[in-house]
Write a protein that binds this ligand. Structure first.
Ligand SMILES: [Ca+2]
Ligand SMILES: [Ca+2]
Ligand SMILES: [Ca+2]
Length: 265
């Protein structure tokens, strides 16, 4: 009897713990709020030209109305799964690609992704990011065309709905149109323990489910990109002495040739 009671207590404690952990979070990046955290990842509004801070490597384009979903795969051309847009901007990604985006925020390392949304101006400018899952796999995954088979993409490393049905609300009217970024997603590096440089990385996302908030997907495609860190290059001032010397040698040779030509002429 004592054992049974302990077992019951343990079960009750576990349910309370689980209920305590269950947390559906909404990060609203419309209006004036600029950031929020869901399941350890940070979602941050940006209206800056991202090309100023890093190199953008787009790897997934999605487009459909009133909602859309898909994941990055090189198999999208020609067999685009879900609402993927086939083409050079939807393709496989290796973990080494993701590693090039590593940034440190408050002592924690994150991979930095950029989401560029394209929604019509006016009453349809809102869009919701309802699902975001990132998988890694040692081998290239087979083509997945059913959400119930997403686990074929490998080991789940991040899930925006891990703590409850969460989403991010975005407003395309907050940015300056094509070419400017809309949101950075910072995914904790610690989620990827044991992943090898050559492993495949698959990002599945879904948009447009918040119909009551008028946040369905319309207009142009949504695009995910890796924000690759720029490797520092030598400044021109450091190169200038060499360039100056080469110019001096070249001009001296030209002068000599001209003088030679005059003499010969
Ligand atoms: Ca919309
Ligand atoms: Ca969700
Ligand atoms: Ca769109």
């Amino acid at each position: 009897m004592i054992h049974l009671n302990w077992a019951r207590l343990a079960i009750a404690a576990a349910s309370i713990a689980a209920a305590g952990l269950s947390q559906a979070t909404v990060v609203d990046l419309t209006g004036s709020n600029d950031s929020g955290t869901i399941a350890g990842a940070q979602f941050v509004f940006t209206d800056q030209q991202p090309t100023g801070t890093g190199v953008i490597d787009p790897f997934l384009r999605l487009q459909a109305t009133p909602n859309e979903e898909g994941y990055n795969t090189s198999l999208a051309t020609p067999a685009a799964p879900f609402d993927d847009k086939a083409g050079v901007w939807t393709h496989d990604v290796r973990y080494s690609d993701l590693q090039q985006s590593t940034v440190s925020i408050g002592g924690t390392q994150y991979f930095k992704l950029l989401l560029d949304i394209n929604e019509p101006a006016g009453s349809k400018s809102l869009i919701s990011l309802d699902s975001l899952q990132i998988y890694t796999s040692a081998t290239a995954a087979p083509l997945v065309t059913d959400v119930s088979n997403l686990n074929s993409l490998g080991t789940l490393r991040y899930n925006i709905d891990a703590g409850g049905d969460s989403y991010v609300l975005l407003d395309a009217a907050r940015n300056h149109g094509s070419g400017s970024g809309d949101m950075y997603a910072y995914i904790p590096v610690s989620n990827f323990a044991g992943t090898l440089a050559d492993d495949y990385v698959y990002l599945y996302s879904r948009f447009g489910d918040q119909q009551t908030a008028d946040a369905t997907s319309e207009g142009g495609f949504e695009e995910w990109a890796i924000v690759r860190n720029v490797t520092p290059v030598p400044e021109m001032s450091a190169l200038f002495p060499i360039v100056g010397l080469l110019v001096a040698i070249a001009s001296t040779n030209i002068l000599r040739r001209r003088k030679m030509a005059k003499v010969l002429g």
